[in-house]
Design a protein around this ligand. Structure first.
Ligand code: SAM
Length: 239
């Protein structure tokens, strides 16, 4: 594993990734994704209450290689404030928490502890995420602030950090662009924005990708060729 972490955290992550992979490789999950793409192609349907019901007990965790890239980019960028849109059972959040904590320690400035603002609208998922972070220990638990409820409300609150270094969009596709627009005023120049499954759900990400590619919006963007795709963007507005 390409992360700096104690053995018990690596063991925990290995266990959680295996549970997520088992769910994702099931026939019912493949059929769910197929049906979702088909419904979008035929009727323009994006997400529904039935989709939420189906996903309520699913990890849908970011795969280990993508999590490692996210961790390494966050370390390289020295990110100490990260927003995670879509937390589920909190697997990717562990990587983000390790990164901000370690970056803050490296900076060694008084009062800079690092923070991950995690978001989850399903209470049962939020509870599971908290259990996993507790198991990971204080290094992880103490730097995460989990905001429960619809992120378009919880991330619009006044008590947001002024500056965000990194935004991970691992959320249902219709939420990607509204979330980016909500956080964009807080992004520092050079901030990273990463969105998952942009190849697999290319049609559903149409407006998001068009926004990133429009030079007027200040992003430089490229797709990392992981299975399903991972869109890596950097906020570089003209001075
Ligand atoms: C793909 S999963 C996140 C997986 C997680 N990042 C990981 O790697 O472990 C997306 C999550 O976003 C949550 N979600 C969807 N819409 C939301 C909203 N409007 N506000 C907050 N959470 C939302 C879903 O309940 C789901 O658990």
């Amino acid at each position: 594993m390409s992360i700096q972490a104690p053995t018990h955290i690596k063991t925990l992550l290995t266990r959680l990734h295996a549970a997520s992979a088992a769910q994702e490789s099931s026939l019912s999950q493949s059929l769910f994704y197929l049906k979702r793409n088909l419904l979008h192609f035929l009727f323009g349907t994006t997400w529904s209450a039935a989709s939420d019901d189906h996903m309520r007990d699913k990890f849908v965790a970011l795969e280990p290689e993508k999590c490692e890239l996210v961790y390494l980019l966050a370390r390289a960028a020295g990110a100490t404030t990260i927003v995670e849109a879509g937390t589920s059972f909190g697997v990717s959040t562990v990587y983000l928490a390790l990164a901000v904590g370690q970056n803050a320690k490296l900076r060694g400035e008084d009062g800079v502890k690092g923070k991950v603002i995690a978001t989850e609208k399903e209470p049962s998922k939020a509870a599971r995420a908290r259990e996993h972070w507790k198991e990971a220990g204080r290094e992880v638990e103490e730097v995460i602030e989990l905001r429960e409820g619809d992120l378009l409300e919880t991330l619009a609150r006044e008590d947001m950090p002024e500056v965000v270094d990194f935004l991970l969009l691992d959320i249902w596709t219709p939420m990607a662009l509204p979330t980016l627009k909500l956080i964009q005023p807080r992004l520092r120049p050079g901030a990273l924005v990463i969105a998952d499954n942009t190849t697999m759900a290319r049609g559903l990400y149409g407006e998001y990708l068009a926004y990133l590619r429009d030079p007027a919006n200040g992003f430089k963007t490229t797709e990392a060729p992981y299975p399903g795709g991972l869109q890596v963007s950097v906020y570089l507005p003209e001075a």
